[in-house]
Write a protein that binds this ligand. Structure first.
Ligand code: ADP
Ligand code: UDP
Length: 237
């Protein structure tokens, strides 16, 4: 499978068309951004680590019955995926309060959320990804009622599978963001699952092992991603 044209150059990945009209190649760059692209740095090895991490997680999810984009790893920093018709919303589940919910609702970081919360955000950097609800999605025809229900169902199913997986590795899955698209009529998990798009804390010390290290200038960003990958048994060689 050969890379053809650049379809999208995002903040962290470049998306290429291939000679198969139903497949794309995601190239994971070392670029790391935060605050809607205001802070950008290149972090050595990050593209490779996230690509392998994402492949590992997508395969676990697929095995648990969640339809994903994953086809196969084709290079250290490249994966072949199904070409999805992306739904322009982000689905966020939170098990523990951190990040924007702390600022928005004035709650304390670290509070357990029981049951976990679910939020939709519009994928739009210029508007700083505003929070939206089901009615916005319906009124603007971003997705149907059935697709909304399916995105919620799959996002919570991901929570079940991954909370347990990370727990076994001594990690707390604090929150995460998922993006879905349509593939042959089926709502399918796209984009990536990596420490760039979730929060992971050491279960004992609550040390941050995710992109908050970059956002908050704590250092050791890729080292933390590698630590998480190592505990899960992701092959980085
Ligand atoms: P961002 O959009 O935040 O800048 P990326 O740099 O990760 O993020 O860009 C990847 C782009 O590719 C995003 O627009 C994402 O929605 C899109 N995308 C991810 N997976 C797929 C897929 N399987 N099919 C089509 N588009 C995808
Ligand atoms: N997230 C993401 N992309 C975004 C916004 C959020 O991957 O554009 C992830 C983020 O890493 C965290 C979760 O979604 O794991 C919730 O993010 P939050 O709303 O707290 O926003 P933040 O404060 O991280 O910008």
């Amino acid at each position: 499978m050969k890379k053809q044209d650049i379809i999208i150059k995002g903040k962290a990945k470049t998306v290429y068309s291939t000679d198969d009209p139903d497949k794309l190649i995601l190239y994971f760059r070392n670029d790391t951004s935060a605050f809607d692209g205001e802070k950008i740095e290149q972090l050595d090895r990050k593209g490779m680590v996230n690509n392998r991490f994402n492949a590992f997680i997508m395969q676990k999810l697929e095995a648990a019955g969640i339809p994903t984009q994953f086809d196969k790893l084709i290079a250290d920093d490249e994966v072949l995926v199904k070409k999805l018709d992306m739904i322009p919303v982000e689905c966020v589940v939170r098990n523990i309060a951190a990040g924007s919910i702390v600022r928005r609702l004035g709650v304390e970081e670290g509070m357990d959320l029981n049951p976990p919360t679910f939020e939709f955000f519009l994928k739009n950097d210029a508007l700083h990804d505003p929070m939206i609800n089901d009615y916005h999605i319906l009124s603007f025809n971003w997705a149907t009622e059935d697709e909304i229900a399916r995105m919620k169902e799959l996002t919570f199913k991901v929570n079940q599978v991954l909370t347990e997986l990370f727990k076994q590795a001594g990690l707390l899955l604090v929150d995460y963001k998922l993006e879905f698209g349509r593939y042959q009529g089926e709502v399918t998990l796209g984009d990536e699952f990596s420490p760039d798009g979730c929060r992971l804390w050491d279960a004992k010390t609550r040390e941050k092992l995710d992109k908050d290290r970059f956002r908050q200038g704590l250092g050791g960003v890729v080292e933390a991603y590698e630590e998480v990958a190592g505990r899960l048994g992701v092959d980085l060689t």
